[in-house]
Design a protein around this ligand. Structure first.
Ligand code: T4K
Length: 410
């Protein structure tokens, strides 16, 4: 007889008394970083287009195979600047299944987000549902390559051309991804990346905008630096989106490790997929054909009827084991109190997004995740189905709201 797995939710020992994070940042090698920091200190040039920023920007441009690249202090400010540089106005169509920053960047520019439903398998904007949302006020489309999965760029851009709309891709998750051999940075009018600590490539905080239009790139440069063209010539209502020298130095060093990170993560993702491939009710994101992925996240979509437990029940079980799984991305942006009254936010109009956000669960994935820990996580997920009846009884008798609050960090 197969031995049942011990479960903390049933009062047994947790698998990870020292919790295991969803992700852990790659950190720069101190031997390389220390001389760079020393040089910055000696030069007394800490920010504002310094030597390290310039060299990092050049390295990025080459890595991302983009003719123009401007580095920012974070991805959110970069998104804000991209919308403004492309002169978005009125309404912009976007996805509700994303991190809040995508949609907030539109509102911060006094634009109205118009939510479009997603494809139930790729989790990206469904191009087939875009056109009915276009009105005389629509000026752009803000697509997100969610979890590094490229949008259907050809279809989206054909629609944009037909209706004279601009396209920005939120490529926060897509650093290093290629589509049919072409860098993901090369699609749309502009692409925006995040270099946050939780990303496959990080500068602690940071981001960039890539584009191919030199005039647009110049405008992005003004907007990043208070709108300053020359000392006495302030041409735009800019913001401070600059990255400092310390972070640029971290970026230059971490960039050398991205391909190793991708390889390590690929091996881990393959192990997850192999382990879960025959488990009823566990589904994987369908990658767009022609994608060379970066394996930035690993998610499972849990069908409660088949698996025996819902996503929320699995979440509670895993959290009580000390595994810091995340419901990326729930709630949907269209369900946030600030957006839920928009006409496009009606849940009936977004059935796929609603379903995916209620079934999705991100599992731990990072370069240094050990095989032993991954095996423990895999065995836990598999072990949950064997004990689903006991778990349901236990959860009924627990105050789940209280448990949920205790398991979610402040
Ligand atoms: N567009 C999209 C589609 C995005 O996903 C994001 C950001 C943006 C735009 C905006 O880009 P940025 O302005 O951030 O550059 C995190 C990140 O803060 C955020 O960057 C990211 N997306 C989002 C998906 O995730 P939280 O609040 O979920 O992160 P947190 O603090 O809960 O950390 C996640 C896990 O990482 C935990 O297990 C803890 C671990 N962790 C985190 C940090 C910061 C570490 O181990 N070490 C660390 O230093 O938002």
């Amino acid at each position: 007889m197969v031995k049942k797995i011990k479960l903390a939710i049933l009062g047994e020992e947790p698998s990870f008394p020292e919790k295991i994070e969803l992700t852990q940042p790659s950190t720069p090698n101190l031997e390389e970083l220390t001389p760079a920091l020393q040089e910055i200190i000696d030069r007394r040039w800490l920010t504002n287009d310094g030597k390290f920023l310039k060299s990092f920007e050049l390295d990025l441009k080459n890595y991302l195979e983009s003719s123009c690249c401007r580095v920012f202090c974070n991805g959110t400010i970069a998104l804000n600047v991209a919308s403004r540089a492309l002169e978005f106005s009125g309404e912009v169509i976007t996805t509700p299944f994303t991190f809040s920053a995508t949609v907030h960047s539109l509102s911060w520019n006094s634009l109205t987000p118009v939510f479009c439903d997603i494809d139930p398998e790729t989790y990206n904007l469904d191009p087939g549902k875009l056109e009915p949302l276009i009105t005389p006020k629509t000026t752009g489309i803000l697509g997100v390559h969610i979890f590094g999965n490229p949008c259907e760029v050809e279809k989206i851009e054909a629609i944009a051309r037909k209706h004279n709309l601009k396209v920005i891709y939120d490529a926060a998750h897509s650093f290093g991804v290629k589509l049919n051999g072409k860098s993901i940075a090369g699609f749309g009018d502009a692409s925006v990346f995040s270099f946050h600590a939780t990303k496959i490539f990080n500068t602690l905080e940071g981001g960039c905008i890539t584009c191919s239009d030199l005039d647009l790139n110049r405008m992005i440069g003004y907007l990043r630096n208070f709108g300053i063209r020359r000392e006495s010539d302030i041409v735009e209502m800019g913001i401070n989106g600059k990255m400092d020298e310390f972070r640029a130095a971290v970026g230059g060093i971490n960039l050398k490790r991205v391909s190793t990170s991708i390889q390590k993560r690929e091996a881990l993702v393959m192990r997850y997929k192999e382990a879960f491939k025959d488990i009823l009710g566990l589904n994987f994101q369908k990658m767009t054909e022609g994608t060379s992925p970066n394996y930035c996240y690993f998610t499972i979509k849990i069908s409660a009827n088949e698996f025996g437990l819902s996503r929320d029940e699995v979440y509670l079980c895993m959290r009580s084991e000390g595994v810091m799984v995340r419901k990326y991305f729930w709630p949907l942006c269209s369900d946030f109190p600030i957006y839920q009254n928009l006409p496009s936010a009606r849940r009936e109009a977004l059935p796929n997004a609603v379903k995916v956000s209620e079934e999705i669960l991100a599992l731990p994935l990072y370069d240094e995740l050990t095989i032993e820990d991954q095996d423990k996580i895999i065995n836990l997920v598999k072990g949950l189905c064997d004990r689903s009846k006991e778990i349901k009884v236990a959860l009924k008798s627990l105050n789940v709201d209280k448990l949920n609050i205790e398991l979610v960090p402040d």
